[in-house]
Design a binder for this molecule. Structure first.
Ligand SMILES: Cc1cc2nc3c(=O)[nH]c(=O)nc-3n(C[C@H](O)[C@H](O)[C@H](O)COP(=O)(O)O)c2cc1C
Length: 111
């Protein structure tokens, strides 16, 4: 599906990624295993983000609500989607985002 390029600036970056990325990974987990399975899926997602970055690729974590993607991809009962991850070669070199320093979030010995 090709984007209409006019008005591109009004389109959220995530939509552009979904419509132009050469690869979209959909990470699923067995929902009968509960939080442990979901936690494992998110550890996997973080590793995918790190590996993609190490290869010079761009990737992003997106979530989906509802069953639409499950129906489209024929994902069986018992599995949920943890994340949808468009992956591709970035065509921009954006400034590093501002992050809250780790020291402001880290607690030693007690909260
Ligand atoms: C669990 C999780 C789910 C997310 N889902 C969405 C989403 O559905 N749509 C979206 O625009 N961003 C979503 N984000 C945010 C993006 O993945 C990303 O963090 C955001 O675009 C900012 O990127 P940056 O932290 O590299 O600046 C999600 C992030 C996480 C951790």
């Amino acid at each position: 599906m090709k984007l209409h390029r006019c008005g591109l600036s009004k389109i959220p970056a995530q939509k552009i990624a979904m419509e132009t990325a050469p690869l979209i990974l959909v990470v699923c987990y067995n929902n009968e295993l509960g939080m442990d399975a979901m936690g494992s899926a998110y550890a996997c997602i973080q590793n995918i983000l790190l590996a993609a970055t190490a290869e010079g690729l761009g990737a992003v974590t997106l979530t989906s609500r509802g069953n639409n993607i499950k129906n489209i991809l024929n994902i069986p009962e018992g599995y949920d989607v943890a994340a949808i991850m468009p992956i591709g070669y970035p065509d921009e070199d954006p400034d590093k985002p501002i992050r809250i320093p780790v020291e402001d979030k880290l607690h030693n010995n007690m909260f």
